[in-house]
Design a protein around this ligand. Sequence first.
Ligand code: 5AD
Ligand code: SF4
Length: 452
Amino acid sequence: MNRVHIKTYGCQMNERDSESVAAGLRARGYAVVDSEADADIVLLNTCSVRDQAEQKAIGKAWELGREDARRAKPRRMLGILGCMAQNRGADLLDRLPDLDLIVGTQKIHRVPDFLDALIAQNRALGPKPATLIDLDAEAGSQNAIRDHGPDRKISAFVSVMQGCDMKCAYCIVPKTRGAERARPMGDIVREVESLAASGTREVTLLGQIVNRYGAREFPVVDGKSPFVQLLERIHAIPGIARIRYTSPHPVAFRDDLAAAHRDLEKLCPQINLPLQAGSDRVLRAMNRAYTVDGYRRIVRKLREARPDLWISSDIIVGFPGETDEDFGQTRAMFEEVGFDMAYVFKYSVRSGTPAEPEGDPVPESVKEERNRVLLELLEKQSLRRHRELVGTDQEILVEGRARKGEGMLEGRTPGGRKTHFAGPERLVGELVRVRITGATVTALSGEVVVAE
Ligand code: 5AD
Ligand code: SF4
């Protein structure tokens, strides 16, 4: 009764939370399995950022329950963790009465304790234990996401903070993840050192507004924000070859971070800088507190610091009140910045957010069309930039075997573009020079350059 499968929805923060839960479970003697069919316990680590994300997880939970009934096998235990657990709490039981566990974002590290307790109660052979629900806030919970699995990870996520104090009108995250809390810098540095000792070469620092890291807790030193101080300390760790971070907020973007992109060579020339909308009117309605021109200035500074920068963005189409003219401005900005990658989202009303009272006035068909227009532009822009790399040599950090193709390896360029090429397994974890020979919208391919 101790094989656990964890399925993760949503953002990288959730991926990281799931990894940490898996490490905690292994330490308690649970086996973490890849397939839900093999599992006695299934945990869904959920996302609430759009209705679709919630519906996916609810659908999955429902299907699992039905499958168990059909196979007349002893019921698997089922838990809902993370953002949707926090957002909906006990209301989930209306749709999913058989849930064993509902655990909010600040209690996720307690999952091993909760499962131990549930299993002990099940053994006691009484009636099925009541659903265990814990959605409480917990002081210091940001410090609990630090354990990694036993496997060597070439590229690892490191959570540096939790929560968010902004009030973007569309966003449920402040409700699901609570107030902004930073981990102490020393703890993060130690975590990265221990990752490096186990063979990690690249870290991606995660935070809801990662460039606000420690803004309330730690002082500015020599004109450098706590986030830039953290970048410098991680930069000094031997073995770490590459540093990335996601996602920054334009409002908290200062010159010290642009300078870090110039001065810290391990800091990769890649950034996901959410624009959300290219119209000042819509930005104001979204409560984003920057202007299109302010955004433009940040991009200019970043490109001055790193001319080879790859820039991606998050965009929402169909926010309440977004007119054709507003969207036209978003589209123009999309082309002007020339995003190499982007995540385009159709607006989804979230309960309890500042924009909820506005409803959802932009028709689905209009959102669909705006979404299509941006994705079409994106394909063109990505492909163009990828093709520019054909014929050049790129330094690739080899992350592992490619999923497809005998003898193929997979890695990334400094700009974060996935690259496939043939090579021996021993190159995993190495930085190798690869001549790019092919490009698609989503990936590159090439050949290892053998030093003469
Ligand atoms: N509807 C659509 N997209 C949203 N996002 C956040 N909230 C919503 C919403 N209610 C998008 C934003 C954010 C990304 C993680 O998800 O673009 O940057
Ligand atoms: Fe991540 Fe936000 Fe989704 Fe929570 S709601 S999983 S923080 S994207």
